[in-house]
Design a protein around this ligand. Structure first.
Ligand SMILES: [Zn+2]
Length: 326
């Protein structure tokens, strides 16, 4: 089959590789219909994650159709349309049972981030993908949800929803600011509507100038400057949720959080909201079509990388890459 393979820093190329096989009873093989490029794919290509082996098929987001199932898969049938979660989790270990799916204890779990696809095992930038823990990590897509919406449930939407709605504790009538210009920020702006805030403001941290104070601030960027900005625009006893792992904050920055009794939460995506989000998409309570800014064919995958790496300049949020396996 055709797959996009990492060959070392700066080198991602097409290769002909064997179609994956079921290795564990809980695996499914998914024939991909659509995939996309994320910031971490760009990081791997740039060589900033040296632990990624040469020969690795990239990608951890995608929609497809179940093609083979292991004997232990019970929720899925061959032919089901599914979205592959970026968080791979067994669903039965002690961490999974308390919602810490990103910290799954299974030997193949992605302990810490939940991320293994296109990182420590082969990913979704291929005609077929082996999905471990398929009952938990490949979710049936309702008929009313198009590939474009479902694709965002792999990672972008649960990341945004779990930080901006769940971790922030956002309540009806409150004000919320969302810092960032990328797809997660755009998804957070869409997701917070579910909590009925009185006011939602998106702030590009590079262009920020506001005197306003907010009940909650969601930082999707994780730059040191964005944490400082958040501290200055959140009200006394407000809440800041950040998705980034910041460079060490300065004493002065942390002092602001202490003196003003600002709650600070560092959010890690568990993707425990994915089934709920698919339902909300199906019920038209959540609208995210505008996050897919371009669509290209599978043979133009490298142009999807180019669009995504120049995202700020060309207005790209997410590029849907249409995969058409034979
Ligand atoms: Zn687990």
């Amino acid at each position: 089959m055709k797959a996009l393979v990492f060959r070392g820093a700066g080198d991602v190329r097409w290769d002909d590789v064997p179609v994956p096989i079921v290795r564990r009873p809980t695996d499914a093989i998914v024939r991909m219909s659509a995939t996309t490029v994320s910031a971490m794919d760009l990081e791997i290509r740039a060589g900033t994650l040296p632990e990624v082996r040469q020969g690795r098929i990239l990608g951890h987001e995608g929609v497809g159709v179940v093609w083979r199932t292991g004997s232990g898969v019970s929720r899925l049938r061959v032919g089901d349309r599914v979205v592959v979660s970026a968080v791979s989790a067994c669903g039965v270990c002690a961490h999974c049972r308390v919602g810490m799916r990103h910290h799954c204890l299974d030997p193949e779990g992605g302990r810490g981030s939940g991320w293994i696809l296109g990182y420590s095992i082969d990913g979704t930038h291929a005609e077929y993908t082996r999905v471990p823990f398929a009952d938990q990590s490949a979710l049936s897509v309702p008929r009313g949800v198009a590939d474009a919406g479902a694709l965002l449930v792999s990672e972008v939407l649960p990341t945004a929803y779990e930080a901006a709605v769940q971790r922030s504790g956002l309540r009806s009538g409150e004000s919320v600011a969302i810092i960032g210009a990328g797809p997660v920020a755009a998804a957070a702006v869409a997701a917070v509507r579910l909590a009925h805030p009185a006011r939602t403001v998106g702030i590009d941290e590079d262009l920020a100038s506001t005197e306003e104070e907010f009940d909650a601030v969601i930082d999707t960027t994780g730059s040191g400057a964005s944490l400082r900005l958040a501290a200055h625009i959140v009200r006394v006893r407000g809440r800041v949720v950040t998705l980034g792992v910041h460079a060490p904050a300065s004493r002065d920055d942390l002092q602001i959080f202490r003196e003003r009794r600002i709650g600070l939460a560092l959010s890690a995506t568990a993707a425990s909201s994915s089934r709920l989000l698919l339902r909300l998409l199906d019920e038209r309570k959540l609208s995210v079509g505008h996050l897919i800014t371009q669509e290209v064919g599978f043979d133009q995958m490298l142009s999807a990388f180019a669009l995504s790496s120049g995202a700020r300049a060309n207005g790209t949020l997410k590029v849907l890459v249409r995969v058409a396996a034979d």
